[in-house]
Design a binder for this molecule. Sequence first.
Ligand code: NAP
Length: 303
Amino acid sequence: MKIALVGIGKIARDQHVPAISSSPDWTLAASVSRHGGIEGVESFARIEEMLAARPDIPAVSLCLPPVPRFAMAEAALRAGRHVMLEKPPGATLAEVQALQALARAQGVTLFASWHSREAQAVAAARRWLSGRRIESGRITWREDVRVWHPGQDWIFAAGGMGVFDPGINALSILTHILPAPVHLRAAELDFPENRQAPIAARLRLSQGIEADFDFRQQGPQTWDMEFVTDAGRLALRMGGNVLEVDGAEAGGEASIMGEYPALYARMAELVRRGASEVDLSPMVLVADAFTLGSRNTVDAFEF
Ligand code: NAP
């Protein structure tokens, strides 16, 4: 099936283009970019031009930041195309619900992707936890924003979510693997004095789970989750790619490179089945942290 890629930035080049190139299901047939595009692929400056010129392309994958994404998703769905959304699926919960309703009315697929759920040890962790009771949990998600989002001022603008942009990846794993739903009890958010979104956050969740998100980590990066249950301990490391049970390695591989191929395989399967997949539970936790969290002002941040 042909697919068009919209927003040719860091994640499009790092992950989407290689994943589509190696996919048995998809051919990259067009790109939409304000700045250039991808060598050898027809490029359009505006999505409306691509939708009008290429009725032969049934699917569109949107790799831009959350705030400008809704208008593009709406245009593609109105034109009867299947749509795959980068995470987080939107800038607000209601706009994603509007896209869900539109996809249903148009009879096309909407896939709100969560790449971290495709990490190599996540399915095994979910199986191991099923039937166990969580006694406590600790999530540590600390990364260097200058490495992963170099110069991306949008991430600290309103709607950019700040440290919740990576933090929501941890929450997407958490909401997928826990045997029972989780909700937010308290949060503390650190906003740089010159920015509109937090650079660090600490969350207290039900089931005794705490999360520590920080965008200022230098040196080794940390994407870990550890759980104590009524029948043993489980840890996920490397963003869900490595599994530990009772302190011993129990599967996975320290590589993130399987996540996007798995997402494109899933998108193909959804299109073939005529189904959609939209789970907003990670984003509900983030929205609740902005609603309930107390706010600290911290040092200004410059890239
Ligand atoms: P990015 O490089 O800053 O932006 C991606 C592209 O989106 C830009 O190159 C631009 O494409 C387009 N764009 C940006 N602002 C726009 C606007 N206001 N209007 C229209 N188009 C706009 O960001 P990114 O790192 O790729 O992140 C994009 C999404 O992927 C985010 O939701 C992020 O959470 C997710 N993601 C990022 C990473 C990562 O490591 N960076 C990892 C996983 C997921 P053109 O120049 O082609 O128009």
